[in-house]
Design a protein around this ligand. Structure first.
Ligand SMILES: [Zn+2]
Length: 236
């Protein structure tokens, strides 16, 4: 189990190299282990031995059936994710994929296909790569599920929605995602794991899940590297 989580080699306080990161950086990440909410991946206080759902998921079930996150989104995991996002550290994506192959194992075991949350084409041009796709591709390789890089399309750029309420975000992304007619055959009847780097309100992932279900997917679940908790509400 540790082989999946630890980098190939641990570097004592040294600079992060290739697919690894320093043991100091690694030791500060708060990994999410059972018990977690089956619906959103949030840490739960007690291990009941049964499938659990947190009060939020009980009150309002998500558009995705299940979710898992590898770690808590805090200042430490944020540093790593921002490195992948903005500093061309695409080597980190292999590490994140290994984290997810463990944290999202229950979802991957039942999955037929893996799809990244898509980036708006304009943003993709500026940034040159979609960090969700960089994580989803090696994860598909590790899990054996079919990789669907372009089953989902982002019609509107909804990333810059800081300051909006959860309801406002949901409205904003409601019609942002679609499965093009020509790609429906990739998702019809399939159990799809959606992959993203960070889960905040879940509005983006729910927009994607609704689009996949509308296109005929049998089931949509969500695997994210890090999830925001109430105690760690950092702006992205
Ligand atoms: Zn939950």
């Amino acid at each position: 189990m540790l082989d999946l989580v630890l980098p190939p080699r641990a570097f004592d306080g040294g600079p992060a190299l290739s697919s690894g990161l320093s043991s100091e950086a690694w030791s500060k990440v708060t990994f999410l282990d059972d018990p977690v909410c089956d619906g959103c991946g949030a840490a739960q206080p007690f291990d009941t031995g049964a499938v659990q759902h947190c009060p939020l998921c009980l009150a309002r079930p998500r558009a995705f059936a299940r979710a898992r996150a590898a770690c808590v989104y805090d200042e430490h995991s944020r540093d790593l994710i921002l490195k992948l996002k903005h500093a061309d550290r695409t080597d980190l994506s292999g590490l994140f994929a290994r984290w997810l192959s463990r944290a999202a194992a229950p979802l991957l075991d039942e999955a037929d296909a893996i799809a990244p949350v898509p980036m708006h084409p304009g943003r993709l041009l500026r940034r040159r790569y979609n960090q969700a796709a960089e994580i989803a591709r090696p994860l598909a390789g590790l899990s054996g599920a079919r990789y669907l890089p372009d089953a989902l399309v982002r019609r509107r750029d909804t990333v810059s929605q800081g300051g909006k309420s959860a309801v406002g975000r949901r409205r904003n992304v409601a019609a942002a995602f679609v499965v093009p007619e020509t790609r429906r055959h990739q998702v019809i009847g399939r159990k799809v794991v959606l992959v993203d780097d960070v889960l905040t309100t879940g509005a983006t992932a729910e927009g994607c899940a609704r689009a996949l279900m509308a296109a005929g997917a049998a089931r949509v679940t969500l695997a994210v590297v890090a999830r925001v908790t109430e105690q760690h509400a950092h702006p992205i």
